[in-house]
Design a protein around this ligand. Structure first.
Ligand code: G3I
Length: 361
């Protein structure tokens, strides 16, 4: 409620402002004790990849709702899931996840509109302009369906080659012409102007040939007005982390895009907790790093199987890695990223003052 002119003129302004700030700054009941609350205090989201068939698992859902303020579909928004036959779309899994997110105060990352993997078989059989047209139609249809529901889309996933070339990966999409990525970004912007549009990739955890190839593409896109808002760093990590992890995030942020940690998981072992902590501190140190997503909830939910690469054990208990992340989130002062323009989210990460609903904890 706005203070009235009379109230202001009686000299109560200072008191009103002080009261308002007290409300704004008051920690929520669970501030500092869950990933979502602690990340929110720093102006970030903390997310997890979700397999919707696990939303009927009580342990899974309890941890998910208590700890995470963002979700991404591990598979259900990919091309093979959303357009199993050409022109026939299936949004069942994606809609279910969006609905769960809305009910629990979570934002949604969209993953992924175009990728060389997990294409439906009909798309794998196309080439040239038929494939290009089908791919752009896919972007348009899917981004339109989820319009207003997605905080950030991985518009293009994993389009760069591993190794030292710094160039594009060969794929059926790449063979339609080098401009397929920018065409996808333009189509996504037209379909959902409120979503942040990201390029997402792995093995980009430091300054290396692959991350530099992507860096050059982003710089080129920004200079030519191709609509790109963010870069996702998957961060599927082993037993070490490059010393320039944070510097690499920062150089992308300096191009004028947000950065996000999008698929974090770390090989088990002595360094796991430290590496999770380092990633978290690195994100907090980069003002345009808007959030972190781990690629699954419990170790047994992970695509990495016996790597035990996540923050919770198979029973849903917090691991040392969890404590390391939470401590990193709780350390230091507030470091809120600046608001950004196009693609400013229509479903932003929950505000720090919003208590996590349905947490049970
Ligand atoms: O849905 C079918 C099911 O019908 C069938 O019975 C079963 C038999 O194997 O397969 C099921 O599909 C599997 C799907 O996960 C859903 O469980 C696929 O075989 C399997 O390949 C697929 O793996 C996913 C993988 O992407 C595919 O590339 C993982 O769950 C998913 O975690 C992983 O995620 C990727 C990101 O999208 C991009 N970055 C790397 C990351 C890890 O690989």
């Amino acid at each position: 409620m706005r203070p009235t002119r009379a109230l202001l003129s009686t000299g109560l302004l200072a008191g009103v402002l002080a009261a308002g700030m007290a409300v704004a700054l008051a920690p929520t009941a669970s501030a500092g004790t869950t990933l979502r609350a602690s990340a929110a205090e720093k102006g970030r989201y903390f997310g997890a990849a979700v397999a919707t068939n696990k939303l009927s698992d009580n342990t899974y859902v309890t941890v998910l709702n208590r700890e995470f303020s963002s979700v991404v579909a591990e598979n259900e928004m990919k091309w093979d899931a959303t357009e199993p036959q050409q022109g026939r779309f299936n949004y069942t899994g994606g809609d279910r996840l969006v609905s769960h997110a809305r009910a629990n105060g979570m934002s949604v990352r969209g993953h992924a509109l175009l990728w060389h993997a997990q294409q439906p078989s009909w798309a794998q059989g196309l080439s040239g302009s038929a494939l290009r047209n089908a791919a752009i139609n896919h972007v348009t249809q899917v981004a339109t369906h989820f319009k207003g529901q997605i905080y950030a889309w991985d518009v293009v996933n994993e389009a760069f080659a591993d190794g030292g070339s710094g160039g594009r990966r060969d794929s059926n999409l790449q063979r339609t012409g080098n401009d397929w990525i920018e065409a996808a970004f333009r189509a996504a912007r037209a379909a959902d102007p409120g979503a942040k549009l990201c390029y997402n990739d792995y093995n980009t955890d430091g300054v290396n040939a692959k991350s530099t190839g992507i860096y050059n593409m982003v710089r080129d896109f920004k200079s030519r007005g191709v609509p790109i808002d963010c870069v996702g760093f998957q961060s599927h990590l082993g037993t070490t982390i490059p010393g320039d992890y944070q510097a690499n995030l920062q150089r992308f942020a300096d191009l004028g895009v947000d950065v996000q940690i999008t698929e974090l998981d770390v090989m088990t072992g002595g360094n796991q907790a430290n590496i999770f902590g380092t990633v978290t501190r690195s994100c907090l140190a980069v003002s345009r790093c808007t959030g972190i997503t781990v690629w699954g909830v419990r170790d047994c939910d992970s695509w990495r199987g016996s790597d035990n690469a996540l923050l919770f054990d198979c029973s849903g208990n917090k691991k040392a890695a969890y404590t390391s992340v939470l401590n990193a989130l709780n350390a230091g002062g507030s470091n809120t990223p600046p608001p950004t323009t196009p693609g400013s989210p229509t479903t932003p990460p929950p505000s720090p003052t919003t208590p996590p609903p349905g947490t049970g904890g």
